[in-house]
Write a protein that binds this ligand. Structure first.
Ligand code: ADP
Ligand code: ZN
Ligand code: ZN
Length: 744
């Protein structure tokens, strides 16, 4: 028998199968999905591959499969094949998502308990590293192997690297020196849940609305039928209680449940709610902070069907489970369900496919549903289930809007309006906690010469650099490049260099000046590090009863702070002024979520939103906490301008060190598509430099296509990619992303 094998390499040229003979002694073992070792090319080492088909004969002269490792199921291979087409990537990249991570290694785990360990992280973008490998900047095979391993596994220790890749400490140090990896010392805690006493909870008697929603989904569970539901209900309306009871039903049917949540809300408190209701042994938790050993254990717990409830971030959708009875996606509007790395998959889309195959319901939950999801519910493609009231009768917070233009007119140039200032003062006196939200890190946003308008831009990326006071340097938020502060304009030599805009760092300083008695803590990507997780900061805020938490986006997601009664939004406009059709949707979601942080329990909450555009409808409707009004306005605009859900946006991104080559490649793609795609159904925009036209010295161009992507269009795009790969442009990368999160 002959196996068609796909080689586990990212090179585009290897995205095809190679035939190998299955030796007699392996005939029983090799099936579709087997992970095998085969001789390949001139290398004397065996390389890894996956069997994706088996046939009787071949026209080639073939070598033998040397060894077999583990098996995937045929279903998983089918899914991977579908993904590779759908998301325009290599089959091996998709298969990797489904493999058991690492290898069992009790020794290693024992070793690291209660000690400090060195964890190795990639410091550069995966695509960036691949690029450097492709152009031969990284030559050493051993270095490549280590990088490959780090790419596939997070939270990896030096001994683990030594064990699995054969790489030495010296190799890791070289990679560190060359800026590819960083080594972080971490304290390992014992399993934090091990000794924790969690009081068991019982099913609560459901409210009428909850009951109605519950019965509709339960009916599908009992009948083994697929149906997609949107459970739309304000924060605190009891969505989680409905999930828990539905999972109870699924367990009774002896089936498994998959629950996806955004990575950032995968907190111990959240998991506790599941442990309180179900048996801890039946729950598997998958997230990126697990070590390989832990991940391996969780994965196996699922494979051996010991785990019945799988809770995890996006990639948990690939957990090796069969017999699925329900898939739940909480906070379904969250952008983290769409992968921005290869494979650029959409977990919601994959969940739908898996739910259909398993004949089980798919439940999407949100207080601010994705516009596209809600639109589908209006069109009858998704069944809408609504929870309109808060389950425990706690009140929605009072939300006020302050017009910053008026503040300026009244001579107030500080970051705080009079109203917000007074509210903070009052809250401090009452010994209640405050959260201040500002969607911009750093100190000032940019520096500009007031004579000639010169701004300092990153020489690698061509975007404005941000001033960071703590290091007194300008920093590029795209590539990390730092530069000294300028005081004299390099263009016109004037001294009128000024700082504009504000960031979290500056806000904290101002708050410390205005309220010297208040204790503050800041949370943004600069304070959240590998050592000091956002979880740690939030725990400190809660446990040490710190007065004011200042933070970016990270503060808004699903946390309960009983003592927080005031939330201030410093500039609601910052998310409005971005070049993206979802700017208003994101603004509405963020403001609604931020508002939800205030006064969740017995205390009344106040929210103050400061804005230069107080009349913008996303801000107005967030104040009213009225999703329906927002949706009705937004959907009309989307329709007028032809944006999703009325079409898909297909972004073809090009990336090259040579400008001439990028222009050539993008134009040839454009010409190909203009000929092949139906011009009545698709609008294809000419190739253009991306809004950020250079990152890390590589040019960036893009083609935008609007239209509904179907099988046929998908096929044409794949053929187009194949043509480009066949032409072998060495210095240009091309990637297709459908409805990307980031249009830049
Ligand atoms: P959501 O997931 O929509 O934010 P939760 O399920 O967390 O809402 O519910 C919010 C609060 O209301 C929780 O404290 C929960 O225990 C409580 N709750 C939910 N359902 C009920 C119910 N039927 N009766 C009483 N309390 C409920
Ligand atoms: Zn100047
Ligand atoms: Zn840069």
């Amino acid at each position: 028998m002959i196996a068609e094998v796909i080689i586990n390499r990212s090179a585009k040229k290897l995205n095809r199968t190679f035939d190998y003979n299955i030796p007699v002694e392996l005939e029983e073992l090799v099936v579709i999905g087997s992970r095998v070792l085969v001789p390949f090319g001139k290398s004397s080492n065996l390389v890894e591959g996956y069997v994706i088909a088996i046939k009787e004969n071949t026209t080639y002269e073939v070598k033998n499969i040397a060894q077999i490792k583990h098996n995937l199921t045929e279903k998983q291979i089918e899914l991977a094949k579908w993904m590779a087409k759908r998301y325009f990537c290599n089959l091996s990249d998709c298969i990797k998502q489904m493999l058991t991570p690492g290898t069992k290694n009790k020794e290693l785990k024992k070793n690291i308990q209660d000690k400090k360990i060195n964890v190795v992280y990639l410091k550069k973008d995966i695509e960036e590293i691949q690029f450097d490998i492709d152009i031969g900047k990284i030559k050493s095979e051993k270095q490549k192997k280590v990088l490959q391993f780090l790419k596939n596994n997070e939270e990896v220790t030096i001994p683990e690297i030594e064990m699995f890749t054969g790489g030495t400490r010296a190799i890791i140090k070289t990679l560190e020196k060359n800026g590819y990896v960083e080594i972080v010392e971490k304290k390992i805690e014992r399993d934090p849940l091990a000794n924790k006493k969690i009081e068991k909870t019982k099913n609560l008697p459901l409210t009428d609305e909850q009951e109605k929603a519950f019965e509709k989904v339960k009916d599908k569970i009992l009948k083994n039928e697929y149906e997609e539901f949107l459970l739309y209900g304000v924060t605190g309306s009891g969505k989680t209680e409905v999930y828990l009871q539905l999972i109870g039903q699924v367990l009774e049917q002896r089936k498994t449940a998959i629950v996806l949540v955004p990575e950032i809300s995968l907190t111990p408190q959240m998991i506790d709610r599941f442990i309180a209701r179900f048996n801890k042994e039946e729950i598997a938790v998958l997230h990126s902070k697990l070590s390989i050993g832990e991940r391996y254990d969780e994965w196996n717990k699922i494979k051996e069907q010991k785990a019945k409830i799988i809770i995890g971030a996006r990639s948990a959708i690939f957990a090796p489970t069969e017999n699925i009875g329900i898939i739940i996606i909480d906070e379904e509007h969250d952008s983290s369900y769409k992968s921005e790395a290869i494979p650029k998959y959409d977990a919601k889309e994959i969940a739908k496919k898996i739910a259909k195959e398993n004949n089980c319901p798919l439940v999407l939950g949100s207080a601010t549903p994705d516009i596209t999801t809600y639109y589908k519910s209006q069109k009858g493609q998704i069944t809408l289930l609504e929870l309109t009231k808060r389950a425990n009768n706690s009140k929605l917070p009072n939300v006020e809007i302050v017009d910053l233009k008026m503040e300026l007119a009244n001579g107030n140039r500080s970051m705080l309006s009079v109203k917000l200032h007074d509210a903070i003062e009052k809250n401090l006196k009452a010994q209640k906690q405050t959260i201040l939200f500002l969607n911009r890190r750093g100190y000032s946003t940019f520096i500009m010469c007031r004579e000639c308008g010169y701004t300092v831009k990153c020489k690698n990326c061509n975007i404005s650099m941000t001033y960071h006071k703590s290091i007194n340097k300008l920093k590029c938020h795209y590539c990390g490049h730092e530069e000294n502060v300028v005081t004299i304009c390099p263009e016109c030599h004037s001294k009128k260099i000024r700082y504009f805009g504000t960031g979290t760092q500056k806000l904290e300083q101002e708050i410390n000046k205005l309220f010297p008695q208040a204790q503050t803590i800041r949370m943004d990507v600069d304070t959240v590090t590998k050592k000091n997780s956002h979880e740690d900061i939030l725990n400190r805020f809660r446990n040490e009863n710190i007065d004011i938490l200042i933070g970016t986006q990270m503060v808004v997601k699903g946390h309960h702070f009983p003592n927080v009664t005031l939330v201030g939004v410093i500039a609601a406009d910052s998310s409005l002024n971005i070049d993206d059709y979802r700017a208003t949707e994101r603004t509405f979601q963020i403001l609604t979520q931020v508002a939800g942080r205030a006064g969740r329990e017995k205390l009344e909450g106040n929210v103050i939103i400061q804005s230069y555009n107080p009349e913008n409808f996303s801000i107005q409707y967030a104040q009213k906490q009225d999703y329906n009004l927002f949706y009705n306005t937004e959907i009309t605009i989307r329709k007028q301008l032809n944006y999703p859900p009325f079409c898909d946006i297909i972004l073809i991104g090009f990336n090259s060190i040579f400008e001439k080559e990028i222009i050539e490649v993008s134009n040839s793609v454009y010409n190909y598509l203009i000929q092949k795609l139906n011009n009545n159904l698709f609008t294809i925009l000419k190739p253009m430099p991306s809004p950020i036209d250079k990152i890390q010295n590589k040019y960036r161009w893009r083609i935008i296509i609007k239209g509904h992507i179907d099988e046929n269009a998908n096929q044409i795009l794949n053929e187009c990619l194949q043509q480009v790969y066949d032409k072998n442009y060495k210095n240009t990368r091309i990637a297709i992303d459908v409805n990307p999160n980031n249009m830049m």
